[in-house]
Design a protein around this ligand. Structure first.
Ligand code: G3P
Length: 225
């Protein structure tokens, strides 16, 4: 069983063509190579159809979403057992681009627990970070949607939402750890996120759309001292 270590880098492939199909394997290999070289847990988060091929590179792989369902008569849903068997060791839940209701988030966390995979519940502000923590995921990732994809890092554009989420989550359950995301791309953004009290970052375009994703990831992790 791959053990996640913090600080954590969680790279969301989203539906970028630069990280789809064969490109998903290429980016997962970069994540795996740098994880092995540095000892830093760099998580690849490909689209569902690419999970197995990404996991076969040896990379740490999470799903972008799972549904809070049991096996059986469900169509077009994502069963926790299927992403686990494909090689994912965790999943995002409630990403701003795949929003869920409170009951759906809770049932997805239960489904993840059922199969023993790690959960990162995404939130958009301090209040939703607090509510997410009450459902006992492994991590809460606070990401102001307005900063996603802008290249303007949350760690400098809105540090209060990060520190406020860290404090709010800790008050609810000190075992739930906090990540932050949106606009993160550089080593200085990583360092700022850690200095604000998080245990890592959730990011996408700054790496996936870079002309040299490996060089961009090397710069990002340079912020981890
Ligand atoms: O899941 C992380 C993502 O929403 C952040 O996007 O492109 O601002 O790194 P980006």
């Amino acid at each position: 069983m791959i053990k996640l270590k913090t600080p954590l880098v969680v790279l969301n492939f989203k539906t970028y063509l630069e990280a789809t199909g064969k490109n998903a394997v290429r980016v997962a290999e970069i994540c795996n190579d740098l994880s092995k070289e540095t000892g830093i847990s760099i998580v690849a988060v490909p689209q569902l159809p690419d999970i197995r091929a990404a996991a076969e590179t040896g990379a740490i792989v999470f799903a972008q979403h799972i549904d809070g369902i049991d096996a059986g008569s469900h169509t077009g849903h994502v069963l926790a057992e299927s992403v686990r068997d494909a090689g994912a060791i965790g999943t995002l839940i409630n990403h701003s681009e795949r929003r869920c209701g409170l009951a759906e988030i809770d049932s997805a966390i239960q489904a993840a627990r059922r199969v023993g995979i790690t959960t990162i519940v995404c939130s958009n502000n301090i209040a939703t970070a607090r509510a997410a923590a009450a459902m006992k995921p492994d991590f809460v990732a606070v990401e102001p949607p307005e900063l996603i994809g802008t290249g303007i890092p949350v760690s400098s554009a809105d540090p209060d939402v990060v520190t406020g989420s860290v404090d709010a989550v800790s008050e609810i359950d000190p075992d739930v750890r906090v990540l932050c995301g949106a606009g993160i791309s550089k080593g200085e953004d990583m360092r700022a996120a850690l200095e604000l009290g998080t245990v890592g970052v959730l990011l996408a375009s700054g790496i996936i759309r870079a002309s040299d994703p490996k060089a961009a990831l090397v710069d990002l992790i340079s912020g981890i001292k």
